[in-house]
Unconditional design. Structure first.
Length: 426
């Protein structure tokens, strides 16, 4: 605003100097007198003096006193009886051949506005600072409280309270998200730990008997008065026992691995048809040996995302059961199909046999670890086959269905989200 005032003064002075050049001191005097007379409120000041500083024309009687010069501008104050108080002016004076010329503008209103603005800014900043400090304090207290609660919870978890979870206040903010993520992580760790514990329990519990048996066989074999041929037989049996132990270990480890939930990043697209064909080729000789018919029926191009080795192991376990529990001359079928279920595409991997089947009430139990149903106690096995199938199914988000094949058992793995690579209608 001040610069604007300066510019108008400058422009006016330029104009006046031109008039002076053209019309001389008398012309200028007339113009100044006229302009001065037009100013009633002294908003603008014009003063022309002679070389001695005596006024010739204008609306000021004397050259102002207490003039403050800043570069080529001057500032001064005048008492204004009309508007009570002093008013401040900004102006410029120039020296002419025959005198001095002063042009000034009243900038009191502008200065007041400026003071008002400065005050407002100062007050505003002050308030902002106060509220900022209070707000910052409250925010940081609030954040610290929430971090503190997370710290407390993790502290308690570290101290052994593994079931504890971090409170989620439902606000859905970043802290809630952090808490939810931490909880999910804890959940997973707890599940892994539980799996580990279960495996170690299983090992401790179910391998003790065979190990004890193994040791007693070896002790018998070590007895002096035993003939070499039966020693050999005992050692052979022991080797078979050890074989069984290794198989059980492997099965337990596979189940634990499936249950722990693998890195899905390492999954591949598994063609169920190809998988079924491989397992079919593997088991066909065994089925033939037992005088059974093994059939394969599959649609090409049905793929699911998963771990190929685990899926193969699961399918092998199902075929193994079918062959083991179906009497000689039985019929076993392996099929891969894509169907619709409630308008959704699903892939189905099914193994059927016409053996004794499993009664409805025992189907859930048959999936548990080390569970063998009564009549099968005489066949080899340790009740882990279906447990692995169940774990693999869960890992792949697939449903494991045990149903009646009238007669026999029908086991299906149902994949809810097969990958569509089959040609339409195929
Ligand atoms: N196809 C089937 N027909 C009839 N019963 C079955 C069939 N499959 C499984 N079962 C019953 O379910 C039980 C559990 O099966 P699972 O495969 O888990 O163990 P297993 O076959 O006894 O031993 P493993 O598979 O570890 O060698 C079996 O002992 C058997 O009684
Ligand atoms: Mg089995």
């Amino acid at each position: 605003m001040e610069r604007q005032t300066e510019e108008t003064i400058e422009a006016e002075l330029t104009g006046l100097r031109e008039q002076y050049r053209d019309l001389g001191i008398f012309g200028l005097r007339r113009i100044i007198a006229q302009r001065g007379a037009e100013e009633e409120q002294l908003a603008s000041i014009y003063l022309l003096t002679n070389r001695l500083g005596e006024p010739i024309a204008g609306n000021l009687l004397t050259w102002p006193t207490d003039v403050e010069t800043v570069s080529n501008r001057i500032r001064f104050s005048l008492d204004d009886p009309d508007r009570s108080g002093t008013r401040r002016y900004l102006g410029r004076s120039v020296e002419l051949d025959q005198g001095y010329l002063l042009v000034a503008r009243d900038i009191e209103d502008k200065l007041r506005t400026q003071a008002l603005l400065v005050n407002a800014i100062a007050l505003g900043s002050g308030l902002m600072l106060v509220f900022g400090v209070i707000g910052g304090f409250v925010m940081s207290r609030w954040m610290l409280t929430r971090i503190e609660s997370i710290n407390r919870a993790t502290g308690q978890i570290m101290a052994g309270d593994l079931g504890r979870r971090i409170a989620v206040d439902g606000s859905g903010d970043e802290f809630d998200e952090l808490a939810a993520n931490l909880n999910a992580m804890l959940e997973r760790i707890e599940r892994l730990l539980a799996g580990m514990r279960e495996v170690t329990d299983n090992i401790a519990h179910d391998l003790r008997t065979p190990l004890t048996r193994l040791r007693s066989r070896l002790e018998v074999a070590l007895m002096k008065d035993i003939d070499p041929s039966s020693t050999r037989q005992l050692l052979e049996e022991t080797a078979a026992d050890a074989e069984g132990l290794i198989a059980t270990f492997n099965a337990l480890m596979n189940i634990a691995r499936a249950e722990a939930g693998e890195q899905r990043a390492s999954w591949e697209l598994v063609d169920l048809g190809e998988l079924a064909q491989d397992i079919f080729d593997l088991y066909e000789p065994l089925a033939e040996e037992r005088d059974m018919r093994l059939a394969l029926e599959s649609t090409a191009g049905i793929k699911v995302a998963g771990n190929r080795q685990m899926l193969a192991q699961a399918l092998a376990n199902l075929i193994d059961n079918a062959i083991k529990y179906t009497p000689e001359g039985g019929r076993i079928a392996l099929s891969v199909a894509q169907t619709r279920e409630q308008a959704r595409r699903i892939a189905r991997l099914t193994v059927t046999d016409n053996g004794p089947g499993i009664p409805v009430e025992l189907r859930g139990k048959a999936l548990e670890r080390f569970v063998r149903l009564e009549p099968e106690r005489h066949t080899p096995g340790n009740g882990l086959g279906l447990s692995l199938v169940s774990a693999v199914a869960k890992l792949h988000d697939a449903r494991l269905e045990l149903a009646d094949n009238n007669p026999g058992l029908r086991v299906s793995l149902v994949f809810e989200r097969p990958v569509d690579t089959a040609p339409p209608g195929g």
